[in-house]
Ligand binder design. Structure first.
Ligand SMILES: Cc1cc2nc3c(=O)[nH]c(=O)nc-3n(C[C@H](O)[C@H](O)[C@H](O)COP(=O)(O)OP(=O)(O)OC[C@H]3O[C@@H](n4cnc5c(N)ncnc54)[C@H](O)[C@@H]3O)c2cc1C
Length: 325
């Protein structure tokens, strides 16, 4: 779903730094770099204004080169996986947006099996590949949209498990321009949080997740597939269809964001084209031509109403990126 409202945002003038970056990128990757690309085309929610520059990277060398060039030109660079956790502003994103399409996996069937995967690999595909190898540990991920890189940053999880449970190490491209492997402890994981998620997306201090190795356990393929089928069925029962970002807010300690929003009487509330699902109140849907401002207004309404009625401060699970007022 694309929002014409979002796409029709007036594109801003490109700064001299961005123009120089565009020329440098074109010299390396040709016409695949696009100017004023509507982000609504590249986010599952279907909202988001123009990125100054946008490109997709399908190989690690290309990804690293693009990040290096952006840093050399002092341009912010936002690395996206699938955008499944991103609310991109209607004004769009200044600098360069790179969509990570670097995919690839190697399974090591040692006594302690593992899989090494490029960060643009889709997490759900990785879970299905692991099942075909008779490897357990990623069943929870079969219905989670997005890439391995996004999951490493967000500590994605479901059904009581998360990426921190199986991550052994990840290779990062650092702000200093080095490739470094870091163990799981380095990431300081918490509930849907990590030390990488604390760094503002797009900032010049950002790390890039290049690859990750996950430890898995041998199990029978049919048992693994049964568990996946049960998790998928539970998702279908409890979560709405339609364009969303999954859970909008984190669950506050001892409670559920969806329960609080529902108890605040907000199920079905709509602003513009954004609506709080009647099926699950922590899912906010694009029901047609929504723009990012509609979602931002609905987020504030939910946050303020829950605070006023129950005294609970809800923290966003999703990330707002781009240029906001
Ligand atoms: C229908 C639906 C259901 C969902 N269910 C769940 C669920 O059950 N559990 C759950 O945890 N989440 C869930 N989500 C949210 C989403 O799937 C996860 O947050 C996922 O990990 C996002 O991955 P992504 O690749 O799309 O990351 P993006 O949304 O593109 O990016 C997220 C963050 O990671 C950064 N990033 C991405 N890739 C890299 C990289 N290679 N290096 C450095 N930084 C990077 C981005 O800059 C950004 O800060 C759901 C979303 C939807 C739409």
């Amino acid at each position: 779903m694309h929002s014409d409202k979002a796409s029709s945002c007036v594109a801003s003038e490109l700064s001299p730094n961005v123009l120089a970056l565009e020329a440098a990128l074109r010299a390396r990757i040709g016409n695949r770099v696009r100017r004023h690309e509507p982000m609504a085309r590249h986010t599952p929610l279907g909202v988001g204004g123009p990125a100054d520059l946008w490109m997709a990277a399908a190989a690690l060398d290309e990804l690293i080169t693009a990040v290096q060039l952006a840093r050399q030109h002092h341009c912010p660079v936002l690395l996206m996986g699938s955008g499944a956790n991103l609310l991109v502003s209607d004004r769009g994103v200044r600098g360069l947006v790179i969509q990570n399409r670097c995919e690839g996996t190697t399974f090591f069937m040692h006594d302690e099996p593992s899989v090494l995967a490029l960060s643009g690999t889709h997490l759900a595909s990785l879970a299905r590949m692991a099942a075909r190898h008779g490897l357990s540990g990623l069943e929870w991920a079969v219905g989670v949209p997005g890439t391995l890189g996004g999951a490493v940053v967000n500590n994605a999880g479901a059904f009581g498990s998360c990426i921190a449970d199986c991550l052994m190490r990840a290779e990062l491209f650092t702000p200093d321009g080095e490739r470094v492997w870091q163990p799981t402890t380095w990431f300081e994981y918490g509930y849907r949080s990590s030390r990488l998620k604390c760094i503002p997306a797009g900032s010049l201090d950002s790390f890039v997740v290049l690859r990750a190795e996950l430890g898995l356990k041998r199990a029978s393929q049919s048992e693994i597939e049964d568990r996946m089928a049960r998790f998928n069925a539970q998702r279908q029962r409890t979560q709405p269809d339609g364009a969303s970002l999954g859970s909008m807010f984190k669950n506050p300690p001892g409670d559920y964001a969806g329960r609080l929003i529902e108890a605040a009487g907000l199920k079905g509330r709509q602003i513009g084209g954004a609506r709080i699902s009647e099926h699950h109140a922590n899912f906010f849907l694009n029901v047609g031509q929504a723009c990012a401002a509609d979602f931002a207004a609905l987020i504030e309404l939910a946050r303020e109403t829950v605070r006023a009625k129950f005294g609970v401060e809800m923290e966003l699970e999703i990330q707002r990126v781009g240029e906001w007022e």
